[in-house]
Write a protein that binds this ligand. Structure first.
Ligand code: GLU
Length: 424
């Protein structure tokens, strides 16, 4: 039996402070005043709700949930719902702000939001998780809706969670409202390609970033931190693109193979055992060692703050593509920049998920379903277009990709505020 490992972060991380500092630099770069910073730094709306749960044994437990709508200037709020023991209001605020920039950067017509319930889903039965989802949905239902705020899966939630959320909202409204959430099962108005969209987007920009550094993907090596919704498919797509995936980790441990891992066999092992640990096709290595291998590419696809001031100088990958939200702290960013590591920021690298969420919402609103090819080619086009825009902007300004991407996004949101004017 595998015991629960320590949290993935080894140093204190403060995603909200990092998000605020990123915004402050972008505002300064763009020459906006303090008023604009004040408009953009504070979430537009946030709610904290009690989520009472009747456990299977009859005991009552009261959980805490949040929904933060950071910005609504470009359209309805959009962003995932997270079930994790690490959820806090400040974490959700940071993640909501990053969603605003992500949507603006990819030019999908949304503001940014995020939700979370402080719960370790592994410790609860399916029936309990269903009750938590339904009660949380009911508590935040005055805020959400296809034209208001559209949740999606995130850490600890999946398409089943979205089906419960959609059903709860629909029952309350007396009719089926497919557009209230994205990341739903295919049979309930989900989009083809949504489940793998984030990973596909990560791989599109990873291949482009490797080429930008003069590295031919067919001869490149990779390490992937995290084997959940993002890391698992990303590892497979990287291998399919010809990279040798030398190591992957999950929260329990990591495995490595010099010749490259057999990812189909590894996925079968994870399906059977719930962890990469014990995979016979590789050697067990220290969980956090995946971040420090001398690979061409590193994809941190777990949680915030994985690369921090304490380990950034040991990161030897030449290109880091952020599958997770906020995996590199601000201090680590500076260390990686000084080392010459190319970091493709989260708001670009992992935007494939929200792009196909947007496609799903459009399909639901029109009740017309696209083919997998349609979804995949439009996703690739948007990812590569954004990659080229961010790369050009970063060269033009002589700044790292994250600074360029954040500035582009902040400018679009600020323009929306300026054009709409201030009411009253
Ligand atoms: N949770 C994902 C993210 O962080 C997807 C959000 C969405 O599709 O709305 O980007």
């Amino acid at each position: 039996m595998t015991t629960l490992a320590q949290p993935l972060t080894a140093a204190p991380v403060d995603p909200l402070a990092d998000a605020h500092a990123q915004l402050a630099s972008a505002v300064e770069l763009l020459g906006y005043d303090d008023g604009m910073f004040a408009l953009l730094v504070r979430p537009r709306r946030e709610v904290t709700v009690a989520v009472p749960l009747r456990r299977d044994d009859g005991q009552i437990e009261v959980l805490v949930g949040h929904r933060v709508q950071h910005n609504l200037s470009r359209g309805p709020a959009k962003g995932g719902l997270r079930f994790s023991p690490d959820v806090s209001l400040d974490e959700v605020r940071a993640l909501a702000m990053w969603m605003t920039w992500k949507c603006a950067l990819l030019d999908v017509p949304y503001g940014g939001a995020k939700g979370g319930v402080r719960i370790d889903p592994k410790l609860y039965s399916l029936a309990e998780l269903e009750r938590v989802t339904r009660r949380y949905t009911s508590e935040i239902s005055p805020l959400i809706g296809p034209e208001r705020d559209i949740p999606a899966p995130d850490v600890g939630t999946d398409e089943r969670t979205m089906a419960w959320l959609m059903d709860t909202y629909s029952v309350q409204h007396g009719h089926t409202v497919l557009g209230v959430t994205t990341g739903k099962p295919l049979s309930l108005g989900g989009s083809r390609g949504r489940a793998t969209a984030t990973s596909q987007g990560v791989v599109h920009v990873a291949l482009a970033a490797l080429r930008e550094r003069g590295i031919e993907p067919g001869r490149a090596t990779a390490a992937v931190q995290g084997f959940g919704k993002v890391g698992r498919h990303a590892a497979r797509f990287l291998a399919r693109a010809g990279l040798r995936v030398l190591a992957v980790s999950d929260q329990y441990g990591a495995v490595a193979a010099e010749a490259g891992l057999d990812l189909a066999a590894l996925e079968a092992h994870v399906d059977a055992h719930g962890t990469v640990v014990g995979f016979p096709g590789g050697d067990a290595i220290d969980r956090d060692a995946v971040l420090e291998l001398p690979t061409d590419l590193l994809v941190p696809a777990a949680v915030e703050g994985a690369i921090h001031a304490g380990n950034a100088h040991r990161v030897r990958a030449r290109v880091v593509v952020e599958g997770a939200n906020g995996p590199t702290t601000r201090e680590a960013d500076e260390i990686l920049e000084a080392q010459g590591t190319l970091v493709v920021p989260d708001i670009l690298a992992n935007a494939g998920g929200v792009i196909v969420s947007y496609f799903e919402w459009v399909q639901a609103n029109q009740a017309y379903w696209w083919s997998a090819d349609d979804v995949e080619s439009r996703l690739e086009e948007r990812m590569l277009q954004a990659w080229r825009q961010v790369l050009d902007h970063s060269r033009h300004l002589g700044v790292p990709l994250r600074t360029a991407a954040t500035a582009m996004a902040v400018e679009r949101v600020a323009q929306a505020h300026l054009q709409r004017g201030l009411y009253p």
